[in-house]
Ligand binder design. Structure first.
Ligand code: MRU
Length: 341
């Protein structure tokens, strides 16, 4: 299932805020619309955000001419950069597509536009290929009969297609292994319940939904063989930012001797950051905590803290599954090798 595609000069996305109740495809015709869709999580998940932003940048300059293309490129770039701070794929994708346009700029505005669109298309195709490779490498870690826990949604919906953490599960399932998934519901926005459970059920992969606070009990009972999650940004020492609650799962996994893996493309690794303390953590609207799908569940005026991500220290991570292979500690060296190869 492709989560986004470009057609007739528009970015088509599945509106993820409506799932699983409604399956609606939305047409985004401008950079402003793409920025709004990213901000409101209509399109979400690190790789999907990056590719959507790349197309958004193209939409920002598509109607420009020799006079205003440079200004429009910069304005659109800044607007898209301001949408969400944690997933580094956003910044990586904008840098890459902007540079493609700048490189072709001496040949005129039309050449710059064509180069940018071409780069965005390549990025979208690469993402699917990358996820399949992550799936292949990750599959080697999965044994027949495994029960795998995942948190949030790192599936086809969070990427262009196939998924990263869910890609590993998908590859194991496709290779004929019996795998069963426990999906954390993932409060506050329920990406696990609404998206992962929906996606896996749709694809015929056995899945059981649990609330976030049940994971430890299941591990203690020996019901979980492996945890695999996605990532929004990985510092060069392996510290990993992912959806809030991931850190708790990692601590529980360590306590119960359950291997904890992160699956992510190299575009999620930020080699500029020494460790996880440098990763910017997005804080979101209080209503996400005080309400569930519009229904108030807390008193009016209550104080709320709503960080959207947390950071899991490298020492809690058994391996990082990338499209170049599985990196093991010390990550500073193993990740660098993948960038050099
Ligand atoms: O706030 P979200 O839904 O964009 O958060 C998504 C996650 O935390 C995913 O696990 C991460 O982006 C990896 S997606 C392959």
């Amino acid at each position: 299932m492709r989560s986004l595609w470009f057609e007739n000069d528009s970015l088509m996305i599945i509106d993820q805020t409506l799932l699983p109740g409604e399956f609606e495809i939305v047409k985004l015709k401008s950079c402003d619309e793409v920025a709004h869709a990213i901000k409101t999580l209509m399109v979400r998940g690190a790789p999907a955000i990056g590719v959507a932003a790349a197309y958004g940048l193209y939409l920002g300059i598509k109607d420009s001419d020799e006079m205003d293309i440079d200004e429009k490129l910069n304005r659109s770039y800044e607007l898209l950069r301001s949408t969400r701070p944690t997933a580094v794929n956003l910044f990586w994708a904008l840098e890459r597509t902007k540079n493609a346009a700048i490189k072709a700029r001496p040949d005129g505005a039309d050449a710059a536009k064509a180069a940018l669109l071409n780069e965005a298309n390549e990025m979208a195709d690469e993402d699917v290929e990358t996820n399949r490779k992550i799936g292949e490498y990750g599959n080697a870690l999965v044994k027949d009969g495994f029960n795998i826990l995942t948190h949030c949604n790192a599936g086809a919906l969070a990427t262009v297609d196939y998924g990263t953490a869910v890609g590993v599960i998908r590859a194991a399932h496709e290779s004929g292994k019996m795998v069963h998934v426990y999906a954390d519901e993932t409060r506050p926005l329920l990406q696990g319940a609404r998206l992962t459970a929906w996606e896996l059920k749709r694809d015929g992969i056995p899945v059981t939904l649990i609330t976030d606070n049940m994971a430890g009990f299941l591990m203690k009972q020996g019901r979980i063989d492996m945890v695999v999650v996605g990532a929004d940004r990985i510092a060069r020492n392996g510290d990993t930012a992912n959806k809030i609650g991931t850190y708790s799962v990692a601590v529980l996994a360590a306590k119960n001797n359950v291997p904890f893996y992160v699956a992510a493309p190299l575009s999620t690794i930020d080699m500029n950051l020494k460790n996880g303390s440098e990763i910017p953590i997005e804080e979101r609207n209080h209503e996400e905590v005080t309400t569930i799908r519009g229904q108030r569940i807390a008193p009016e005026g209550i104080e709320v803290y709503n960080p959207a991500f947390d950071v899991t220290e490298a020492e809690l991570i058994k391996g990082i599954i990338t499209e170049k292979g599985i990196a093991y500690p010390p990550y500073g060296e193993s990740l660098q090798k993948f960038f050099n190869s």
